[in-house]
Design a protein around this ligand. Sequence first.
Ligand SMILES: [Zn+2]
Length: 380
Amino acid sequence: MKRQSDRIPLGADRPGTERFLRVHRYGAPDARPKAYLQASLHADETPGLLVQHHLMRLLDEAAANGEITGQIVLVPYANPIGLDQIVNQSISGRFELAGGGNFNRNWPDIFAPLCAQVADGLGDDAAANVATIRQAINELLAGRSASSELDRLRLTLARLSADADLVLDLHCDDDALMHLYLLAAHWPEGRDLAAELGCRAVLLADDSGGGSFDECFASLWTRLAARFPGRPIPAACMSGTVELRGQEDVSDALADQDAGGLFRALQRYGYIAGDPGPAPELICEATRLEACDIVKSPAAGVLSYTVELGQTVRDGDILAWLIDPAADDPVDARRAIPARSSGFVLNRRAHKYVVAGLDIAKVVGTEPLAWRSEGQLMTD
Ligand SMILES: [Zn+2]
């Protein structure tokens, strides 16, 4: 079965500015399992755009050979609004310039109406419950309307993805190693994915806070299971944010490698026929997100790192110097930024002139940190 490609118009907030989403579908529209992959919801995070380009080539070949056994939906760019936000020759794709905030926060929460809709329909059969819940999710989203281009974009992406078994949101970090965010309920299920991508960290949470795209529909299942403890409700949507290293890590070689990893993961999870070969070894252990410290800059200034990505640090080790270029005395101009925990350095800031409160490093340890609490684990 050949690829089906569509354009979905997003309407225009201002006459003459209409944009659209491109969507590529592989496999029969009712085939299960269903995977959904989107790229660059933060539109200035370019690696995912190139990974999808390479993944399409692999999926086109598989489709031509009749090897698509499930259903795979690709959205090669998830944020045309952000892609069009060019400010002084640079793309500004994390926040909507019209005031809509971070593109990956405040996704709609349909938990309350979903509970009301499924309460009388749940029984003792897990598969029947999955079907009931998926249908209710689709009906609730079909009944929603949106009044702005941003809300129409969100609703469109939600309708495409919410009933999938696997949802992957392809992002990247600032300057970082490959890593993956998952709900804790999806470990060790996500092990093959993490291994195929060569993840250096897998960060698990039940509710990281902020209403990110990857959690907004996956968490419905775990919350329903807690709300209806007498009914078997599996965590039927494994949804993750893949951080494809850093902003600068964009090349055909890396994207081809990552697309190959995703393709083999899709084979292992039953979406594509064929032998993916021996499973690669996972090179990290999954960690609770509470064990990952986010170190912030105490003031504005110029950063000079003393650590490399992947480097092991101990509590109190200096991660970077923060330098005040306006200070009269160069000796007083330098201020150390220490690690507050032990672990390894997962990310750094790419641009070295920073403002107060900006994240400058993530340090991934093994034990949850006292000051990192569930529901407040993400920053903007
Ligand atoms: Zn992002």
